[in-house]
Structure formats: structure tokens, C-alpha cells
Ligand binder design. Structure first.
Ligand SMILES: O=C(O)CCC(=O)C(=O)O
Ligand SMILES: [Fe+2]
Length: 346
């Protein structure tokens, strides 16, 4: 019987266990209630955490001891006044005052806009290039990301409550996936407490026994969950459950412009609610690799032909996939716009 059931699993679905594949609903092995009851999901989490810890230890020289201690405690590093006043003013001007090719994505009542900081854009924007190449910026991202990765970097705008629609799904506390990965936000605008701020539950990036027990329970029912994001491997958690796991309230990044936050999105985080339509603009970087890699380097995104072109390549591939009917690309071309030009998708 067990044999007959095991044969339902295709080799590709099994092979995906060794990657960052996370969707309980799309992969019958990852989503198997029977295997997750026996600890499959939790075993992947523990192995990924151990690999991340080993890789991160080798990257300790990239950041200060103080930042390392803050990260170990909280799961994020916050740096106010990250850039010098002059560099920040120049960078903000380069980012905000010039139109650039953008993509918009609608999620409920929210529109996310991204302008890729690719090679073409950076060519004549020296302040943005100085940030993208800054050892301090890259060091923080690589340390938190536990890999010598090449982050995907954008000018990102969050237009909260810009259109009628369901509440933004990012406003529910969640972990992005089952393993460490890094996101960084250098805010170009001041962010108010009731203006859709980033929030993060301090310390929730570590796998405590209670977190693992919660993950195990969640993994058993995830494939059948009617919460779409949870079933796709980004588990949502309620404030009550969070209390049961022993965590305090989320920290709210109501911060002035020129604050950098670099976070491990294995920890629980969300976008706080917005009391009115707002446009939060930031330089946003993202890095995620196979969590089971023993090595630090060899990121394909660092190859000469890909470096500085990964985002447009990805967008074009997603457009091509849509043209042949595979899947809709949620990132729709928005034309040449500035980060704060109101979206047309309202
Ligand atoms: O933009 C934010 O405040 C957080 C959104 C989020 O959950 C994410 O980017 O993973
Ligand atoms: Fe997230």
C-alpha cells in the first residue's frame, strides 16, 4: 500500500525536496500530510537552518560585531541615516525625479511598482550605482542572506489603498518561506506608523521548539488550506498563535527616510495597515538561493551576462511564459514612469 502511494510521486516532485521549492499545493510530496506528519517539512526547515548557520558564520567578516549581534537577536538589522546626507540626497533625486521603465503588480487594494536597478539604469545614475556596489550594503545583504549572492535590486513603490479591492495580502503576518532569505529596504520616504510600514516580530527567525511544533501542524494541513499564500508555502499566522509561540508584538518600522532595514524573512513580518492612500518608496533588494547549498558563491546572477540584467531577463521570460499560455505574469508593464506617478491600474 505504501508502495502504491509512493509511486504517485514523480521523480521531479521528489527531486524538488533538495531545492527551495515550497508550495504544498503544487507538489504532492512537499504537501503530503502523511510525510509531514512524519516530519518531512520540519526536517527540511532544520537542515536548511543548519546550512544557513554554517554559511553565515563564514560571512561574519562582512558586517560589524554589533550588527551581527542585533541580527542574531532580532532577525533584522536597522540602520538609520545609512547613507551620508549628500549621497542620500543625490540618490533620492536620481530615483525620484526621472522616469524609467516600470512594472506594476496588483494585490487587492494595493499596487506594487518596481523599476529594475539594472545595468542600463545604473549607467547614468552614479549615486544609485554607488549604493548597488557599496561593500557595506552588499555585506549586510549577503550576511543576512547567508550567501555571497547577487541581490535583485529595484526602486519599489507600495501604493497602499490605491484602488478598490480586498485588503492587501501582505498585511497578514507571515514567513516568506521555510528557510532564510533576505530582503532589504532603504526607505526614500518617511514612513508613518499608520502609513503601511514594514513590521517584523523580533526574534521570530529562530526555530524554537514551539515554532517547529507550529510548523509541523501547519504543514500537515497546508496543501488543503483555503488560504492561498499558506498553501503556496508562505504560512500566515494569527496574532493569537503568535502569542502562543511566545513572541511579542511586531516591531513597526515607522522610520525617517534614509533608514535601511535588512531582514531574514524566515521571521514573521507583514506590511502594517495604511490609514489612507500612501506611496512608500524604497530601494528594495531581494536574495534567495537554494537553501541546501554548502557553498557561498557560484550565484548564476553574478555571471557576466546575467549580472545587472537578471530582472529584465526574468520579466521577459515571464512575459514569454504568458504568451504560450503557461501562466499569467502579474508584473504588467507600466511604461516610462517615475516611482510616485499614480498607477493606471486603479
Ligand atoms: O513591504 C512590506 O512592508 C512587507 C512585504 C512583505 O511581506 C515582503 O516583501 O515579503
Ligand atoms: Fe513577506
Amino acid at each position: 500500500m505504501a508502495r502504491a502511494r509512493a509511486s504517485l510521486f514523480s521523480p521531479l516532485h521528489v527531486a524538488a525536496l533538495a531545492t527551495g521549492a515550497k508550495s504544498f499545493r503544487d507538489n504532492p510530496v512537499i504537501g503530503s500530510a502523511r510525510l509531514n506528519r512524519r516530519g518531512l517539512h520540519v526536517a527540511r526547515m532544520l537542515l536548511a537552518a543548519r546550512m544557513a548557520e554554517t554559511r553565515r558564520a563564514r560571512l561574519a567578516d562582512l558586517i560589524s560585531a554589533e550588527d551581527g549581534a542585533a541580527f542574531a537577536r532580532d532577525g533584522f538589522i536597522e540602520k538609520r541615516g545609512f547613507l551620508s546626507d549628500d549621497l542620500f540626497a543625490a540618490l533620492r533625486n536620481e530615483a525620484m525625479s526621472r522616469a524609467a521603465p516600470a512594472r506594476d503588480m496588483v494585490q487587492g487594494d494595493t499596487v506594487t511598482r518596481r523599476i529594475a536597478l539594472d545595468r542600463a539604469l545604473l549607467r547614468d545614475r552614479p549615486a544609485l550605482r554607488a549604493l548597488a556596489e557599496s561593500p557595506e550594503w552588499l555585506g549586510l545583504i549577503r550576511y543576512v542572506g547567508a550567501s555571497s549572492l547577487e541581490p535583485l535590486t529595484y526602486i519599489q513603490t507600495i501604493f497602499s489603498r490605491i484602488r478598490p479591492g480586498a485588503p492587501d495580502p501582505q498585511t497578514r503576518l507571515h514567513a516568506d518561506t521555510f528557510h532564510s532569505s533576505v530582503k532589504a529596504w532603504l526607505f526614500l520616504t518617511d514612513v508613518a506608523e499608520d502609513g503601511g510600514p514594514l513590521t517584523y516580530v523580533p526574534g521570530s527567525h529562530t526555530l524554537t521548539p514551539r515554532r517547529l511544533a507550529w510548523e509541523k501542524r501547519a504543514s500537515i494541513r497546508a496543501a488543503a488550506s483555503d488560504d492561498y499564500q499558506s498553501s503556496r508555502g508562505s504560512p500566515r499566522i494569527s496574532p493569537e498563535e503568535l502569542g502562543h509561540l511566545g513572541y511579542g508584538a511586531p516591531h513597526v518600522f515607522a522610520v525617517p527616510a534614509n533608514t535601511l532595514v535588512v531582514a531574514d524573512t524566515l521571521g514573521f513580518h507583514a506590511r502594517g495597515p495604511s490609514a489612507r492612500p500612501t506611496a512608500r518608496v524604497e530601494i528594495f533588494a531581494y536574495g534567495r538561493r537554494n537553501p541546501f547549498l554548502p557553498w557561498l558563491g557560484f550565484d548564476p546572477a553574478r555571471l557576466p551576462l546575467v549580472r545587472g540584467a537578471a530582472v529584465p531577463l526574468f520579466w521577459q521570460a515571464s512575459d514569454a511564459a504568458e504568451r504560450i499560455g503557461l501562466s499569467r505574469n502579474p508584473w504588467r508593464p507600466a511604461g516610462m514612469v517615475r516611482p510616485d506617478t499614480p498607477p493606471r491600474t486603479t
